[in-house]
Design a protein around this ligand. Sequence first.
Ligand code: ADP
Ligand code: MG
Length: 331
Amino acid sequence: DDTVARIAAGEVVERPASAVKELVENSLDAAASSIDVTVEAGGTDLIRVADDGDGMTDADLRAAVRQHTTSKIGGLEDLESGVRTLGFRGEALHTIGAVSRLRIRSRPRDGDDSGTELVYDGGDVVSVDPAGCPEGTIVEVEDLFYNTPARRKFLKTTATEFAHVNRVVTRYALANPDVAVSLTHDGREVFSTTGQGDLQAAVMAVYGREVASSMIAVDADGGDLPPGPLEAVSGLVSHPETNRSTREYLATYVNGRAVTSDAIREGIMGAYGTQLGGDRYPFVVCFLEVPGDAVDVNVHPRKREVRFDDDDAVRRQVDAAVESALLEHGL
Ligand code: ADP
Ligand code: MG
C-alpha cells in the first residue's frame, strides 16, 4: 500500500542530497549545458534544479514520473531485501515524488511545444497543464519527507544537509567543466562555474583562487604506471601546504563516476607521505580509467564506495601517479 511505498521511498532517497544527485544526473543525461541548483533550508524546504537540456513533451512528462521497473516495492520483505539493491534506476522522479511535493516544468528543445507543467504530490499526479517556460526542464521538490515524519526526523541540521548537497553538486561541477553549474543556498550563490573552462577553472570557481593556484597536474597512463588495473590517472592535486582536516575535498572518479575507495585514498595519501601533517588531507580532483570488469561498484550503491579486484595494485598505481606529479614540482 501507499504507506509501505512511502517508507521504502524514504529509505532510498535518504536525504536532500540524494534527490539533488538524481536530478543533476538527469540534467546531464539530457545534455544540458547549464544546470542551476537552488536549495532552501539545506534542501528540506526546496530543491530546484533548472537545466537547458533536451526537455520533455507532455507525454514524456507523464511517463517520467511513472514507476518503470516491474519489481514494484510491494511489501515489508522488500524493504529488507530489495530496496537497497533496487536503487534508483528508472525510479528517481517517481520515488522522490512519493515523499515530496514535486513540480516539473519542461519544454523540449527546438520544438513547437510551448511547455508543460506537471504537479505531483505524495505519489499522485495532481495536474498536467500547458505552461510557458524556457527550453529545458525545471524540477522543484518541496517539503521533502513531509509525509514520512519518521524519515524527516532523521535529517540533520540545515548546515549538515547543505554540506551534503554542496558536496554532491561540487563533484558534478568538477567532473563536467564544460557544463555551467551553479549552486545557491537560501538566496546566496555558493559557486558557479562558467562551463567554458578546463578543470583548473572549475576548481577555481568552486574552491577559490588560493586552492586553484596550488594545484599540480597529475597525468599518468600506460607505461607511466606500475602494473595494475588502472589504464590512466589524471587530474589535479594540491600542494601539500594547501590542505584541510577533512577528507571531503578528495574528489575521486572512476570512469567518470564520483566514487570513494580506500585504495584510491590510501594511494593519494601515500604519495604525500609525511609532507601533510597528521590528519590533514589535500585537495584532489582525480580521474581514474579502468576496464569495467576490474571494479566492484556494489559495495554500497548509495555511497558509491568501490572496491577493485586488486585493491593493492590500485593503491600502488595511484601512489605512483601522484608521487611523480609531486616530484616534478620538487616535492
Ligand atoms: P532514469 O533517469 O533512470 O531514466 P528518472 O526517474 O530519473 O529515471 O527519470 C525518468 C525519465 O524522465 C528519464 O529517463 C528522462 O527521460 C526524463 N527526465 C528526467 N529528468 C529530465 C530532465 N532534466 N530533462 C529531460 N528529461 C528528463
Ligand atoms: Mg535519473
